[in-house]
Design a protein. Structure first.
Length: 208
């Protein structure tokens, strides 16, 4: 065998050895991914129910991007086990960052009311009259004193033409969980959020 032929045979041998090592590693990695159980993913279904006759058909409202502390504003579902300790609900997650979900549901609730000339998010090109500015202070399962969903949102209505705050209020609601499953906890938070959303919609329509 020539030297060049010997070199080619060595290279082929190395390739076979590398293939024998890499393939089991790839299969092991795929097996590990397949065995990992996905988190249950939850969305919010609550939409505000209008109970006021107030109408603002000649006004357009911008729902500004909500703010929240980092512990609240994520895809993880918050559980408060004491006044100073928080954890996250295992094997569960929101379908998006919490503030984006809250913003979308607020837009949906105002649209469903049919009482505004227009409502939207930043970047949608609205000639706005008012802004709804919100801060999500609490959106959690509280286990102290019995499992219940807690939602607290601070809201301000800003006159976009002169920059003055025309109204501000803190909205809070709680709903008892019907059980100890992840679904029961999320349902409790969803009910509390529905109450808060309805109050915000009615309050804003009256204020503007």
């Amino acid at each position: 065998m020539t030297m060049s032929g010997l070199g080619e045979e060595v290279r082929r041998g190395r390739a076979r050895v590398l293939g024998a090592v890499v393939m089991p590693m790839l299969l092991a990695g795929l097996s590990g991914c397949a065995s990992k159980a996905p988190n249950d993913t939850f969305d919010l279904s609550a939409s505000g129910v209008v109970s006021t006759n107030a109408s603002a058909k000649n006004r357009q409202l911008l729902i500004a991007d909500p703010t929240a502390l980092r512990a609240v504003d994520s895809e993880q579902i918050l559980v408060r086990v004491s006044n100073s300790e928080i954890r996250y609900l295992s094997k569960s997650q929101w379908s998006d960052k919490l503030t984006r979900m809250v913003q979308s549901k607020l837009v949906e609730a105002f649209e469903d009311s049919g009482r505004l000339g227009g409502v939207g998010k930043p970047g949608q090109g609205l000639a706005i009259d008012y802004q709804l500015i919100t801060d999500v202070r609490a959106f959690e399962v509280a286990t102290v004193g019995g499992d219940h969903g807690v939602v607290e949102i601070s809201a301000k209505l800003l006159n976009d033409r002169n920059g003055t705050v025309v109204a501000q209020k803190v909205f809070r609601a709680e709903a008892r969980a019907a059980g100890t499953s992840n679904e029961a906890y999320v349902t409790a938070m969803d009910k509390a959020f529905g109450s808060v959303t309805a109050e915000i919609v009615n309050w804003a329509l009256i204020a503007i």
